[in-house]
Design a protein around this ligand. Structure first.
Ligand code: NCD
Length: 313
């Protein structure tokens, strides 16, 4: 595996299998009374979050703690960033304190890459602007493989605000790498013009694709990133692209409904649909911890071939 995880392009299909298999061994740790293994004892993981986050930050924190690493949570509010400190100076400070891994979320695409030029530790991208969010993609791949038994040949529709979604980019790259069949669905204004070069198909008609999906993956409408009017109204968006009960009936039996969170209930997904048994949104969150444990373990401490022992300690 690469030294850092900045993009899904940093991992091969074999790496993905190894990460998911390692995560499977860690999944069991989360079911124990004492949810801890000594794998990263004495190592320091810094969570550097310049953008709001609930699940990704907590998930990385729990992952590092369950591996017995020392964890420092840094958020831009309440730190010297509010006094004008640059990312570089913050990075150098963390470096001087001996950070072995830095998990970074930042509103600027490319900032995790920039960080790798300033620090010696391993950098994990926890979401950079509209660029990528590889750990989300990996936990989604884990959840699909766990529930449906395979990734190859899976038909996955990624629906909604693809243009502003780092999740959609990372997940598309990951799924295509694993041999899945991806269709991006949304209004033409929210589908990136270069999408066909990702190896995916594009559709502007959700009702037409639903019956051909194993997974219907909904994206949050990212109003905070939209600088233009991309659709006439939220009501119209929900009417054309929101997953409601009658649309769920078009999905084949056994198919999954997924969402990375946070959800806009009533916009991209109806509230009662989010709570259906075939919605695996909570599984995604639970699996996220195991997948991030696997990534920290493999980047920081893992030796080739001993991933299987990871959960035993
Ligand atoms: C995503 C993100 O922050 O990119 N959320 C997450 O990490 N769970 C998706 C989103 O904000 O819509």
């Amino acid at each position: 595996m690469n030294e850092h995880l900045l993009s899904m392009h940093d991992v091969t299909a074999d790496d993905v299998i190894r990460i998911l298999d390692t995560a499977e061994s860690f999944r069991e740790v989360g079911t124990r009374v004492i949810k801890k293994v000594p794998a990263l004892r004495g190592r320091t993981v810094v969570n550097l979050f310049y953008e709001n986050s609930t699940r990704t930050r907590i998930s990385f924190e729990l992952a590092a703690k369950r591996l017995s690493a020392d964890v420092i949570n840094f958020s831009s509010g309440g730190s010297s960033v509010s006094k004008g400190e640059s990312l570089k100076d913050t990075a150098l400070t963390l470096q001087a304190m001996g950070a072995d891994a830095i998990v970074i979320r930042h509103s600027s695409s490319g900032s995790p890459f920039q960080l790798t030029r300033w620090v010696r530790g391993h950098v994990l991208n926890a979401g950079d602007g509209t660029h990528e969010h590889p750990t989300q993609a990996l936990l989604d791949l884990y959840t699909m493989r766990e529930r449906l038994g395979r990734l190859e040949g899976l038909r996955v529709g990624i629906v909604g605000d693809v243009l502003h979604s780092r999740v959609a980019r990372s997940l598309s790259f990951g799924l295509v790498k694993m041999g899945a069949d991806v269709t991006l669905v949304g209004p033409a204004t929210l589908i990136p013009p270069d999408a066909p070069q990702w190896g995916v198909q594009v559709s502007y008609d959700l009702d037409e694709v639903l019956s051909k999906l194993d997974v219907c993956y909904l994206l949050r409408v990212q109003t905070e990133r939209q600088r233009l009017e991309y659709f006439p109204s939220v009501r119209e968006y929900a009417r054309l692209f929101g997953l409601n009960r009658s649309r769920v009936r078009l999905l084949p039996e056994g198919s999954l409904i997924m969402h990375p969170g946070p959800m806009n209930r009533g916009v991209e997904i109806d509230s009662d649909v989010a709570d259906l048994p075939q919605s695996v949104i909570e599984d995604q969150v639970t699996n996220g911890i195991a997948v991030r444990m696997a990534l920290l373990y493999l980047l920081l401490g893992g030796r080739h071939g001993d991933g299987g022992e990871a959960g035993d300690g």
